[in-house]
Write a protein that binds this ligand. Structure first.
Ligand code: C2E
Ligand code: CA
Ligand code: CA
Length: 528
C-alpha cells in the first residue's frame, strides 16, 4: 500500500467512523427533538381544550345571571329591584355588578351604587355594543367607563346588564398552564378580544385566528373554536429558550444514540483496521496458511553438485507472490514470525520429507529470526517434527541472522543447543553487520554465508571487491565452512572456489525452485 492509498484509507476510515458515530446520535437527536415537540403540541392541545371549556362555562354562567335579572318582576331601579339585583350579584360570584340602562343606553342604576342621582355617574351613556346576537343579547368588551373603574366585560339585554372581570376567562384554567403560556378568548363574529393573559396583543391574536400559522421551529399555537357559541380560544407557548429546549430533550435517547454510535464506530474501526492493515492481512495469511516455500539449490563449488537447498518463504497473496523482504520485517515486528517459521518447517517436511529420508547427504537450510535464536522454542518444535518424518538432524541447517547476537548470552546458548542437537548453524549475510568479526570469534558456528553484496563486487575495482576473499581466509583460519550467496556469473564461482569457499548458491546455478523442480535439479547434478 502506498502513502496515497494509506491516506485515502485513513480518510475513508475517519469518515466511516464519523458517520457510524454520528448517525445514531443524529437519529437520537431527531427523535429527541420530535418527542419534545410532540410533548409541547400535546400539552398545548390539552391547554386549549381546557381554556375553551373555561370560556364556555363563564359565558354560560354570565348569561345565566343575566337571564335571572330578566325575570325580576319589580319596577326597574326601585329599591326592591336593586335588592333583587344585589342578591343575584351575590349568588353569582362571577358577576361583578348588575344594573339597568334606558333605551338610549343612558345608565340608570346599579346594584353597587344604587339609583343614579345627580352625581358622578350622571349622564353616563353606554356606547353601541361591540356585538349583538340575533336574539338581542349585547356585549361590550373592555369597557372602562362603568362604575368600579376597572375594565369590564358587559353583557346586556332589554335595558339591564351585568358586568364581569374579563380575567375570569383566562385565570381559572386548571390544566397544565405554564407561567409563560398565553391564552386569549375572542368573539369570532365581532372579531374582538374578550379576554387575554396580561400583555395580550389583540391584533396579533385576531390575525392568528384568521390564519393559524404552521408550526414554526420554536413557537407553538393552538386554536379552538366553540361549537355552541361565537367564541374561540387561542393559546400559544412562546419560543423556547435554548436552555429550556436543551433541558427538555430526552437525554436518554441522545446519549443512547451517541453510545451506540461510538460502539458501532469502534467495532467498525477494529474490523477495518484488522482487515486492511498490513499486519491484519499478514495475520490473516498466517491463519489461512498462505505461505509457500521456494528452494534455492546450494551447490558444491568444486564438483558443482547440488548438496542442499535454502528454504525461502513466499506469501501467496491474492494470486500474487510476495517476496519475504516485503513482509518478514513486519512479521518480526508484529509477533508473527514464529508462526511463519513453523509453517515453513511443516512445508519443508511435507514437500521434501521423503526426499531427505531417502538421500541422507542432502540438507535444507532454514532461516531463523531473533525470537527463535534466543529461545529454545523452535528447537523444541524441530526435534519431534523431524523425528516423526525420519529426517536426520544434520539434514536441517539453521541460518542465523546477526541481529540475534545483540542478546549475545541467550543466542550463544540456543546456538550451542542447535549444534548439540545435530543441526549445523550458519551466520547469515556475513559481513553486512558491524560486529560480524567479533561474533565469529565468540560464537561457535559451523559456517558463514557471504552476503550477495560482496559477491557482486568480485572482479570489479571497488574497494570491497576483495572482502569476499578476506572473509574466506578468515573462515579457513577459524575452521568454518563458507557458502557464498548470489553467484550470478561463472567468474564469481571460479574466484570463490579458488579462494577456498566450499559451496555457493545463485542464479548461475539455479533460482529458487518449487520442491518438485528442486528434486529434479538435485537428480540432474548427482550424475555430474
Ligand atoms: P537471504 O537469506 O540472504 O536469502 C537470499 C536471497 O537472495 C533470496 O531472496 C534469494 O532469492 C536471493 N538470491 C539468491 N540468489 C540470487 C542471485 O543470484 N541474484 C539475486 N539478485 N538474488 C539472489 P528472497 O527469497 O527474497 O529472500 C530475502 C530474504 O528474506 C532472505 O535473504 C532472508 O533473510 C529472508 N527470508 C527468506 N525466507 C525466510 C524465512 O523462512 N524465515 C526468515 N526469518 N527469513 C526469511
Ligand atoms: Ca539466508
Ligand atoms: Ca543475503
Amino acid at each position: 500500500m502506498n502513502n496515497f492509498q494509506r491516506g485515502a484509507l485513513a480518510a475513508l476510515l475517519i469518515v466511516t467512523v464519523g458517520i457510524a458515530a454520528l448517525a445514531p446520535a443524529g437519529i437520537g437527536f431527531v427523535v429527541a427533538a420530535r418527542s419534545e415537540r410532540q410533548q409541547r403540541v400535546e400539552r398545548l392541545s390539552v391547554l386549549a381544550d381546557a381554556a375553551l371549556y373555561r370560556a364556555e362555562d363563564i359565558t354560560r354562567r354570565l348569561s345565566g345571571a343575566l337571564g335571572e335579572i330578566g325575570k325580576v318582576n319589580e319596577a326597574p331601579c326601585s329599591m326592591s329591584y336593586l335588592h333583587a339585583l344585589r342578591q343575584i350579584t351575590l349568588t353569582h360570584e362571577q358577576v361583578r355588578d348588575a344594573g339597568a340602562y334606558d333605551r338610549d343606553g343612558r345608565w340608570q342604576c346599579s346594584s353597587l351604587l344604587g339609583a343614579v342621582s345627580a352625581g358622578t355617574f350622571d349622564g353616563l351613556t353606554l356606547p353601541p355594543p361591540d356585538w349583538r346576537s340575533p336574539d338581542g343579547l349585547s356585549a361590550w368588551y373592555g369597557l372602562a367607563r362603568l362604575p368600579g373603574g376597572k375594565e369590564s366585560l358587559v353583557m346586556g339585554r332589554d335595558g339591564f346588564y351585568i358586568t364581569a372581570d374579563p380575567a375570569l376567562y383566562v385565570d381559572g384554567i386548571e390544566t397544565g398552564i405554564a407561567p409563560e403560556d398565553r391564552v386569549a378568548v375572542i368573539n369570532t363574529e365581532a372579531r374582538r378580544l374578550i379576554a387575554g393573559t396580561p400583555a395580550t396583543d389583540a391584533a396579533a391574536v385576531l390575525a392568528v385566528y384568521s390564519q393559524p400559522p404552521q408550526w414554526s421551529d420554536c413557537a407553538a399555537i393552538a386554536v379552538r373554536q366553540s361549537a355552541s357559541m361565537p367564541i374561540a380560544v387561542i393559546v400559544s407557548a412562546p419560543r423556547e429558550t435554548w436552555r429550556r429546549r436543551v433541558r427538555a430533550l430526552p437525554w436518554g435517547w441522545l446519549l443512547g444514540g451517541v453510545a451506540t454510535g461510538l460502539a458501532c464506530a469502534g467495532w467498525l474501526a477494529f474490523v477495518v483496521v484488522r482487515r486492511v492493515s498490513p499486519r491484519g492481512q499478514l495475520s490473516d495469511a498466517v491463519r489461512r496458511h498462505q505461505f509457500i516455500v521456494a528452494y534455492q539449490p546450494i551447490v558444491d563449488l568444486a564438483t558443482r553438485r547440488c548438496v542442499g537447498a535454502e528454504a525461502l518463504v513466499r506469501w501467496k497473496h491474492h494470486d500474487r507472490i510476495v517476496r519475504p523482504d516485503h513482509f518478514i520485517p513486519l512479521a518480526e515486528h508484529g509477533g508473527l514470525i514464529q508462526a511463519i517459521t513453523d509453517q515453513v518447517l511443516d512445508t519443508v517436511l511435507l514437500e521434501l520429507g521423503d526426499f531427505l529420508r531417502r538421500y541422507a547427504d542432502y540438507y535444507v537450510s532454514v532461516n531463523l529470526s531473533v525470537p527463535d535464536l534466543t529461545t529454545r522454542r523452535f528447537l523444541d518444535v524441530l526435534g519431534p517434527a523431524i523425528a516423526k518424518q525420519g529426517v536426520r538432524p544434520q539434514q536441517i541447517r539453521i541460518e542465523a541472522t546477526e541481529r540475534a547476537f545483540l542478546d549475545a548470552d541467550a543466542a550463544k546458548d540456543v546456538i550451542d543447543a542447535f549444534r548439540r542437537a545435530g543441526h549445523a548453524v550458519y551466520l547469515d549475510d556475513f559481513g553486512t553487520g558491524y560486529s560480524s568479526l567479533s561474533h565469529l570469534q565468540s560464537f561457535r558456528v559451523d559456517g558463514l554465508k557471504i552476503d550477495k553484496s560482496f559477491v557482486d563486487t568480485i572482479g570489479q575495482d571497488a574497494a570491497s571487491s576483495s572482502v569476499a576473499s578476506h572473509i574466506i581466509e578468515m573462515a579457513a583460519t577459524l575452521d568454518v565452512q563458507v557458502i557464498a550467496e548470489g553467484i550470478e556469473r561463472e567468474e564469481q564461482a571460479a574466484y570463490l572456489h579458488a579462494r577456498g569457499a566450499q559451496s555457493g548458491q545463485g542464479w548461475l546455478f539455479s533460482p529458487p525452485l518449487t520442491a518438485a523442480e528442486f528434486i529434479r535439479y538435485a537428480g540432474r547434478t548427482r550424475g555430474t
